[in-house]
Design a protein around this ligand. Structure first.
Ligand code: NAD
Ligand code: DAU
Length: 354
């Protein structure tokens, strides 16, 4: 079958990637979507069971660091667009194991860039390399009402954010040096279904359900700007098609929450949905040693994206968090398949070794 476009989505078995794959496969039957994922601990094909039989979808298990394999894939599938999400994504893991983050996030991105540049050498016309990055590259804000904009200077603090910053620089360098048609976006914290339960929201929902402690880092005063994952996928769709080459767009929900306040909303929602009396699970809050180098506050200004491409979040936070909590409570099997076995041992060590 001849497709209008052949788009390589990396990291499509992960949290955000699975929502992007789902959106593109369903919305664009005329595109062939090739989902490339190494299936690390964070990759889970159970995130995609609803679309895996679609005729315009192909899954390939591969490592983005494997340059020869990337060259082969570009050729086999006549790739003309890349949406690059594959990465090591958890800050706490990066503190324990920074080398893996440099390898995947920097060298893996470089391997993909080089494969795209060589494979598209005849003409960059109609091609696009879209790199998904994070607001963490900008560093941390104080409690002063300021925001990260597209011109905020990079100032990463964790091995994770440093590795993402490194990859962003390589992407821009490939545009400036070789003319590769790139675009970069920096997004705030995502939440929603299919997020790996090492991240705050799914971890805490699951712990409340099982009556386990909720490990709040430091005093719980750090602030994050939360965006529903499907709204991020919608933004990626708009930017992939209409974003300006060589440009950068910030994506965020103007939705800042102090961790402890967010945690109380989660507790209230889970208790209500489980039929517990209000406040039942507040006793699970356990203040633990802070994350090393813990960034105080992130807040994204996404005005440029709204003004230039008309994107805005579609969901209010109250609605998004309700949907999210319901999803995790309704999909306990998905959760149990992850949290049993090897993961459980790793998770325990994360907190005992602190
Ligand atoms: P995730 O950890 O849930 O998924 C990452 C996926 O990448 C997994 O499926 C994993 O198997 C795959 N992967 C890892 N190493 C690979 C390799 N070497 N080769 C091929 N595949 C590999 O991550 P996520 O939260 O979905 O984040 C996706 C992207 O979005 C990342 O680049 C991250 O930096 C960025 N981002 C995340 C957030 C967030 O809040 N989660 C916010 C802004 C930006
Ligand atoms: O800002 C975008 C980033 O958001 C993404 O680039 C990252 O990939 C993603 O993991 C996320 O990073 P954070 O470190 O902000 O997310 P996390 O869910 O790990 O933590 C959110 C906040 O909650 C943070 O201030 C740390 C705190 N926290 C987290 C965990 C896991 C706790 O207090 N206790 C916990 O157990």
């Amino acid at each position: 079958m001849e497709f209008k476009r052949n788009i390589l989505i990396t990291g499509g078995a992960g949290f955000i990637g699975s929502h992007v794959v789902r959106l593109f496969v369903n919305k664009y039957p005329e595109y062939h979507i090739i989902n490339l994922d190494k299936l690390t601990y964070a990759g889970n094909l159970a995130n995609l069971t609803d679309i895996e039989e679609m005729p315009n979808y192909t899954f390939v298990r591969a490592d983005i660091c494997d340059f020869d394999k990337m060259m082969e894939l570009f050729k086999t599938f006549s790739i003309d667009g890349v949406i690059h999400l594959a990465a090591e994504s958890h800050v706490d893991r990066s503190i324990k194991d920074p080398l893996t983050f440099a390898q995947t996030n920097v060298m893996g991105t470089l391997s993909l860039l080089q494969a795209a540049k060589l494979s598209w050498a005849d003409s960059f016309e109609g091609k696009r390399f879209y790199h998904i990055s994070t607001d963490e590259v900008y560093g941390a804000l104080h409690f002063d009402g300021t925001f990260f904009t597209e011109t905020t200077k990079y100032n990463p603090h964790s091995p994770y954010s440093a590795s993402k910053a490194g990859s962003d620089h390589f992407v821009r360098a490939f545009h400036d040096t070789y003319g590769l048609p790139t675009v970069v976006t920096n997004c705030s914290n995502n939440y929603g279904p299919y997020q790996f339960p090492e991240k705050l929201i799914p971890l805490f929902i699951n712990n409340i359900r099982h009556g386990k402690p909720l490990p709040v880092y430091g005093k719980g005063e750090n602030v994050r700007d939360w965006l529903y994952v499907v709204d991020h996928a919608r933004a990626i769709d708009v930017i992939f098609h209409e974003g300006k080459i060589a440009d950068t767009y910030n994506i965020g929900g103007f939705n800042e929450w102090k961790n402890i306040d967010l945690i109380k909303v989660i507790i209230k929602t889970v208790d209500r949905l489980l039929g517990n009396a209000e406040g039942t699970s507040e006793k699970l809050i356990t203040y633990v040693t802070d994350r090393a180098g813990h960034d105080l506050r992130y807040a994204i200004d996404s005005t440029k994206l709204k003004n230039e491409l008309g994107w805005e979040p579609s969901l209010q936070f109250e609605e998004g968090i309700e949907k999210t909590v319901r999803w995790y409570l309704d999909n306990q099997e998905w959760m149990d398949n992850i949290t049993s076995g090897e993961y459980e041992k790793y998770y325990e060590s994360m907190y005992t070794d602190r």
